[in-house]
Design a protein around this ligand. Sequence first.
Ligand code: ATP
Ligand code: MG
Length: 410
Amino acid sequence: MNNLFRVAIVDPNDSTRESLKTMLLGMDLVWLEAECSRYEFFEDVIGQTSPDIGIVSLDSNADKAIDLISNITRDNPECSILVVSNTSDGQLILRTMRAGVKEFLTRPVGVEDLVGALERISSQKTGGANGKSRTCQVIAVCGATGGVGTTSIAVNLGCTLASGGKHSVALIDLDLALGDADVFLDTIPDYTLVDVAQNISRLDFTLLKRSLTKHSSGLYLLPRPVQLQDTALITPDNLQRVFGLLKASFSHLILDLSKSFNEVDMTALKTAQQVLLVTQLDLPCLRNVVRLMMSFEEVEGLKEKVKIVVNRVGLGSKDISLKKAQETIGTELFWQLPNDYRVMVEVRNNGVPIYEFAPRASITQSFQALGEALTGERVEVESKAGGSSGKWLSFWPGKTKGKTEPVSND
Ligand SMILES: Nc1ncnc2c1ncn2[C@@H]1O[C@H](COP(=O)(O)OP(=O)(O)OP(=O)(O)O)[C@@H](O)[C@H]1O
Ligand SMILES: [Mg+2]
């Protein structure tokens, strides 16, 4: 319950109240505490249910609604007020602001607008950037070159986070031409990113979830388009809208990027709060990391979000040392994943969650600890392997960050 916005709404108009309610009920991050059809009763409702956010529709009687808002902000200051209205009259907006509203949304209210407003209220409450956001965590995974393990990391991290049932996690394959996340999850999806992007204005949360494919780990997948020609239909603009809808429906989004760093990839990098840049310990990779980090400096706030993940540590004796790699890159190495070709290929070929196939392997534990380091929360997985069906494994408080021992099976 901690991660939810507890919301109460008041709107005397049945039809607009119903549509707002439907939107809120579809959002995983919202718990609808109460709905009310009379301004006169709403203050009592707030007093009894103590929601985090009260949503007030202005349009049935603006004067009554503004009086109500003044009373709530005076008597229940911990409840933030969000107003929805047909009007964009500056004077009226000013009056609501003076009454103490935190956000004002003009109808028709889009999902992205609502999510944005909830996020702003949340970050004001938790003290901005330093506070713990209760909204969706977006993690982008990109690689310093091809074949470096980007999809392996996106998929296995996604399965690990989704497994315990505590988080709702979706993976979006943004390698639009050659993405293979569906192969990793051994699934043939009915719909792809193109279907969702093209129907975004018609989709509600229920339809959205039906458009995604659910893996046995609990991870939802939105795959890349089937036809190469369809990749052109994914634009930064409609992708932003897809992200908006997904952010409202899931607690975690994992974005598997292509290696072209095109407009779509850059949109994903800007949207993400954390960016995992995957590298291996060879010269071409490390040189690309340096180049990419220099380019990322040009995009405001991007470089600061990047976390370097060294994959396949222990692969070969000709590898550059971790110390030398860190010196070359000039940035802390956030995480190391050991080389374990057998496990990684088996889980990919069979679409089995890594924690089920190899629950005790060092690489499995490293994925779990990575999930914990990224979310700041304990990650539990349910292993059905080895006759220990239903056994919950957890490594929290976990190993020292990134200090998994390299193993070589290649
Ligand atoms: N830690 C690891 N240990 C051993 N093998 C690994 C590891 N991580 C990934 N691999 C293997 O490396 C190969 C490439 O991985 P993957 O497809 O995830 O890379 P990618 O960066 O997504 O590639 P692409 O550029 O094609 O998108 C796969 O065969 C995978 O099993
Ligand atoms: Mg890939």
